[in-house]
Design a protein around this ligand. Structure first.
Ligand SMILES: Cc1ncc(COP(=O)(O)O)c(C=O)c1O
Length: 378
């Protein structure tokens, strides 16, 4: 029966990308860190907060980011915020942030990205210019062609969502462009710790801390519910970002910041990342094994990394696959909506499969349902 003629059942499996495994949240270790942090907090921690963020957290992050991500910074270059989206608002202004941010002008972005981030930027009046993506990542060679361009937003460790890394020559090329044009590279390192086939590649920020704004977040590594993120800024941007943040911290709870500082300094963050890295790696392997057994004609793109994979589909089959998935009880996203509406050419068909969230007992069934929803070989 054609799938369009009946109402799909309520989804029983969620394979949408976006969130880490909630069941892996380290409740006991987080609670212990919160208890220690509250006990040790000086009285002034319970007063109005410093908009730059707690020094305890900035110190812990400077150490961690240098060791784990190759970020070159000192605590005074770090500004705590409530996640990547908040950082974008501080940089460009708009709804939910200051009316004006610190940066002006058009922003080059990858031809694929999160629609929410594009909407946020467009809501702030920012014109985004899409860069095509090939096997070496975003085509940063196009940057010099865009008039008045002052910044480019990239996901160099693991292009979101298509999954390739930015090639080392392109990383250098992006930084060279920024140096030559008084520009900035905004580095979204949303899942940089989750690389499974090798040690994670260090942040582009390490190439030039005065030309790269490094943006990190707990949303993939721990939980999007905590709402904590960090900006590692070139020296000349620290003052302007603090000026738009205002005189008192209005977003990031000082007590959560102190808890995270303890969680990092006590090694629990490293332990949690190690544990979840193994879990997501096994999840990805299971997805690839299911494909090779039941749908060998369908390829997952990108590197062994992250919390999601993109499956490339034959041209013209994405919406049928999504309909079939809904009938299999799967919540699943197509690749199409992630493509910038201004990107040239035809969008290839695909599915974005998040493998972090299904519970262990349901994952095999979710994969079986996914394979049944995929188009048959020609
Ligand atoms: C591409 C990308 N960047 C950044 C983030 C983090 O966003 P936030 O810190 O606002 O939750 C996400 C989602 O977790 C994402 O998918």
């Amino acid at each position: 029966m054609p799938h369009g003629t009946t109402t799909p059942p309520r989804p029983t499996h969620d394979l949408r990308q976006g969130v880490p495994d909630a069941a892996s949240f380290p409740r006991t270790a987080w609670l212990a860190a919160a208890r220690r942090a509250l006990t040790a907090a000086p009285n002034e921690a319970f007063g109005p907060g410093d908009p730059q963020g707690r020094i305890e957290l900035r110190r812990a992050l400077a150490e961690y980011l240098s060791r784990a991500r190759g970020v070159r910074t000192t605590p005074d270059r770090i500004v705590i915020c409530s996640g990547f989206a908040h950082a974008l608002r501080l940089l460009y202004g708009g709804v939910g942030g200051p009316s004006r941010g610190v940066l002006r002008g058009p922003l080059a972005v990858e031809a694929y990205g999160l629609p929410f981030h594009r909407e946020l930027l467009h809501g702030a009046g920012v014109r985004t210019v899409p860069l095509e993506i090939d096997e070496n990542g975003a085509d940063v060679g196009e940057l010099g062609e865009v008039r008045a361009l002052k910044a480019v937003l990239l996901t160099p460790a693991h292009q979101f969502p298509t999954g390739g890394p930015l090639h080392s020559e392109r990383r250098a090329q992006a930084v060279d462009w920024a140096r030559a044009h008084d520009g900035l590279v905004l580095e979204d390192d949303y899942d940089g710790e989750f690389r499974y086939d090798r040690e994670p590649v260090g942040a582009v920020q390490g190439l030039d801390p005065e030309r790269v704004v490094y943006l990190g977040s707990l949303s993939k590594s721990l939980s999007p519910a905590i709402r904590l993120g960090w900006m590692v800024l070139p020296a000349h941007l620290v003052g302007p970002v603090l000026a738009v943040k205002g005189q008192r911290e209005a977003w990031a709870s000082a007590l959560d910041q102190l808890t995270l500082a303890d969680f990092l300094a006590s090694g629990h963050y490293d332990r949690h990342v190690r544990r979840t890295r193994q879990r997501y790696r096994a999840r990805r392997d299971q997805l690839l094994a299911a494909l090779s057994a039941h749908a060998p004609h369908i390829r997952a793109t990108g590197i062994a990394a992250g919390l999601h994979a993109v499956l490339r589909l034959p041209a013209g089959t994405e919406s049928d696959a999504l309909r079939a998935a809904a009938h299999q009880g799967l919540a699943l996203d197509g690749l199409g909506p992630f493509r910038h509406p201004g990107a040239a050419g035809l969008a290839p068909d695909g599915l974005v499969v998040g493998y972090a969230t299904p519970p262990d007992h349901a994952y095999a069934a979710a994969l079986a349902a996914l394979c049944r929803a995929l188009p048959a070989p020609d």
